[in-house]
Design a protein around this ligand. Structure first.
Ligand code: NAD
Length: 303
């Protein structure tokens, strides 16, 4: 089915470069009116330049699309509200919010300052919260909304030197796990992209042979789909890299079941741990609640 955004308004944060720029270009090419948000700082979030967002807006307009620039930071509640206001003041509506803005301040945990933890969290996690919180009442009122957050393998599987970044990137997954429950009755669908692409952020990190295929524009179809009316899932994490797409889920082992009416000793746990951690027969998290009920029933509990 064709995916279009005619008459729809989308915001992409951090849309002046890298992945965000490609998301904005794709959305605009499919008819969306796009707020191109970007304060234009360095990869560590320092400095700023309006030209970064302006150039993307110019590119969209030159191709016949509609876009407006916004230079606010997502990392402050008032400033993030200003990004949402730009969409409302310009076009009077908001259909999709792509939380993409991000920075890096890598260091081993031992050397990582609390300020670098706080700032990373402020941009990736609270920035996503601030923008989503400002968009939420508008989407709820109209009973339509698409929210995309940007997570990372650095959180789901870890990456040396990125304790601040990885933790903040996992926080947005927790956010959408709850927002999917609260948003679905208002047709607000909240999903995550877990990208991997060559941008200034990953310049020195990708293996040379793979770099050529890790095009940021190959991540954008997944993001634009999750931002579209065609999207019919919520609470999903979609991984995208070099034209490969997959879904990331949490799995839980079958584990062991002791009698809950009897004490469980440390030794019992110690002996059982190989079975507790055996992932044979693991099920996606969530389905195990049914399993727990079945197991307690098998022990004659729960009636
Ligand atoms: P990038 O540095 O090219 O782009 C990030 C953009 O965000 C920049 O244009 C920057 O100016 C903007 N930005 C930074 N702080 C901001 C703020 N406070 N408010 C608004 N905008 C701000 O990096 P990228 O690789 O395109 O990253 C985009 C997103 O994807 C980030 O959230 C990043 O963490 C995530 N990510 C990227 C990869 C990858 O492989 N490139 C992997 C996992 C996750």
């Amino acid at each position: 089915m064709t995916v279009r955004f005619d008459d729809r308004v989308a915001i992409v944060t951090g849309a002046g470069a890298g992945l965000g720029k490609q998301h904005a270009l794709l959305l605009a090419s499919r008819g969306a009116k796009v707020v191109v948000n970007d304060p234009g700082g360095a990869v560590d979030g320092k400095g700023g330049a309006n030209a970064v967002a302006d150039e993307v807006v110019a590119e969209i307009r030159a191709a016949g699309g509609e876009a407006v620039a916004n230079y606010n930071s997502v990392a402050d509640a008032k400033s993030a509200q200003g990004i949402i206001d730009t969409a409302m003041n310009t076009w009077g509506r908001l259909d999709a919010l792509v939380n993409n803005a991000g920075i890096l301040r890598d260091k081993a945990f031992q050397n990582m300052s609390l300020e670098d933890f706080e700032f990373c969290s402020q941009v990736h996690y609270m920035g996503t919260v601030y923008c989503t919180k400002a968009a939420w009442p508008i989407m709820r009122e109209r009973r339509y909304g698409r929210i995309v957050v940007t997570t990372s393998g650095s959180g789901t599987i870890g990456n040396f030197g990125q304790s601040n970044y990885g933790a903040a990137k996992m926080a947005v997954n927790g956010l959408i796990n709850v927002l999917r429950l609260e948003g679905s009755r208002y047709n607000i669908l909240c999903n995550a992209i877990s990208p991997s692409a060559r941008t200034r952020m990953t310049e020195d990190l990708l293996p040379e042979a793979m770099r050529v295929y890790m095009k940021p524009e190959l991540v954008s179809p997944a993001v634009a789909w999750m931002a579209s009316e065609n999207c019919n899932v919520t609470g999903q994490i979609v991984a995208a890299a070099a034209g490969g797409y997959s879904v990331v889920q949490y799995f839980q082992s079958e584990g062991v079941q002791f009698d809950p009416d009897q004490p469980v000793t440390l030794e019992m746990f110690d002996e059982a741990f190989p079975k507790i951690s055996d992932m044979t027969g693991a099920a996606p998290l969530g389905r195990n609640r049914t399993r727990l009920e079945e197991r307690l029933r098998a022990l004659g509990r729960l009636g």
